[in-house]
Design a protein around this ligand. Structure first.
Ligand SMILES: *Cc1c(COP(=O)(O)O)cnc(C)c1O
Length: 362
């Protein structure tokens, strides 16, 4: 095999090499059955074992209480933007959102299709470079929930603490930071995440929901968009994305092998620090986008003094084997996504490259 790329893609993103190799070994012949896992019924005992084991691994790693359901849905996190208000906002209610950037904005847009939306806090005036102050949060008592975007993948900001919402359920889009650190699941009404950043390949969306919130959807909601359909059938109402769930299963075992989420968090913090240190010690050659207190350990965003220099940085980095460092098309600049599966070695190599590039061009 050629050398693996230094993969800093934002999503779909790096997967652990060990996981890819395991999947490769089992690709043609899964557990000696003479078929791949993609070629068998989702009602077979082989697949059902994978399905349940994946749920058990999540419950164990995230310490998910027994009154929470674990669902495997399709349509990405983007479908959850609509499914949440469609199912949870009952007549006479509204929804409440914290606006922190591009992904929060997309969630808000969908919620507006289903009723009144309160923007409980926003960092728009700070150009989404920080998480707004949530200590004086006044959530409308008619709100069915408060929605937050745990990590803004494009802007590079991340909650270090989640707001207290009292009796109002807290819902978090954790698409780009699920399993990057321990979280207290019992503080949330719902957590959801598209898989393709920190969990596995695209195709499956994880939903972790407190039972009472997903037991009964409004009557008019179509079958496939109802949480209660998927709860009643344990995400086997129709054919689930079998291969994606199987890959998530392998990724979860890999995380377990690392020792769990506290270890993963420490590892992620060390990796991100390598790159933030290169930014902070550059005397302004590199400028971090996020306010330091809200810097993401998953998506590191920075800029340079001119677009030409940024282009040169990207071109030279590509020659050295770095992939995915261009910022999102909506904001420009540079971004290094350092998800769980991105090795320490890649982050060290990037920090070294940044220091060297500055020496040559600073
Ligand atoms: C990528 C991303 C999404 C969209 O996920 P899809 O699975 O592509 O719909 C939503 N929210 C956040 C925070 C993301 O990073």
């Amino acid at each position: 095999m050629n050398k693996r790329a230094y993969n800093f893609n934002a999503g779909p993103a790096a997967l652990p090499l060990e996981v890819l190799q395991q999947a490769q070994e089992q690709f043609v012949d899964f557990q000696g059955i003479g078929m791949s896992i993609m070629e068998i019924s989702h009602r077979s005992k082989q697949y059902e074992q994978v399905h349940h084991e994946t749920q058990d691994l999540l419950r164990e790693l995230m310490n998910i209480p027994s009154n929470y359901k674990i669902l495997f849905l399709q349509g990405g996190a983007s479908t959850q933007f609509a499914m949440i208000p469609m199912n949870l906002v009952k007549s006479g209610q509204m929804s409440s959102y914290v606006h922190t950037g591009s992904w929060a904005n997309k969630a808000i847009k969908e919620a507006k299709l289903f009723g009144e939306v309160q923007i409980a806090a926003s960092s728009k005036e700070q150009e989404f470079k920080e998480i707004p102050d949530l200590s004086k949060l006044a959530i409308n008592p008619k709100a069915a929930y408060l929605h937050v975007t745990s990590n803004e993948t494009i802007g590079g900001i991340q909650y270090s603490e989640y707001p207290n919402t009292g009796d109002i359920p807290l819902i978090a889009d954790m698409s780009s930071d699920i399993l990057c650190r321990p979280v207290d699941v019992s503080r949330f009404g719902m957590i959801y995440a598209g898989a393709q950043k920190n969990l596995g390949p695209s195709g499956v969306t994880l939903v972790i929901a407190r039972e009472d919130l997903v037991q009964q959807s409004p009557e008019h909601v179509p079958t496939m968009f109802r949480y209660d359909t998927h709860v009643e059938n344990n995400s086997l109402y129709n054919t689930p994305p079998v291969y994606s769930i199987y890959m998530v299963n392998l990724v979860l075992k890999w995380i377990k092998g690392k020792g769990g989420l506290a270890e993963v968090q420490q590892f992620n913090t060390e990796k991100a620090s390598l790159i933030y240190d290169a930014i902070d010690s550059s005397n302004g050659f590199y400028k971090g986008v996020a306010v330091p207190k809200d810097r993401s350990i998953m998506n590191i965003t920075f800029t340079m003094s001119s677009e030409e220099l940024e282009k040169q940085f990207i071109a030279e980095s590509q020659k050295e084997g770095f992939v995915g460092l261009k910022g999102h098309r909506s904001v420009g600049g540079l971004r290094a996504s350092t998800y769980n599966a991105v090795p320490y070695e890649s982050c060290k190599a990037l920090a070294d490259f940044m220091i060297d590039f500055q020496k040559r061009n600073g």
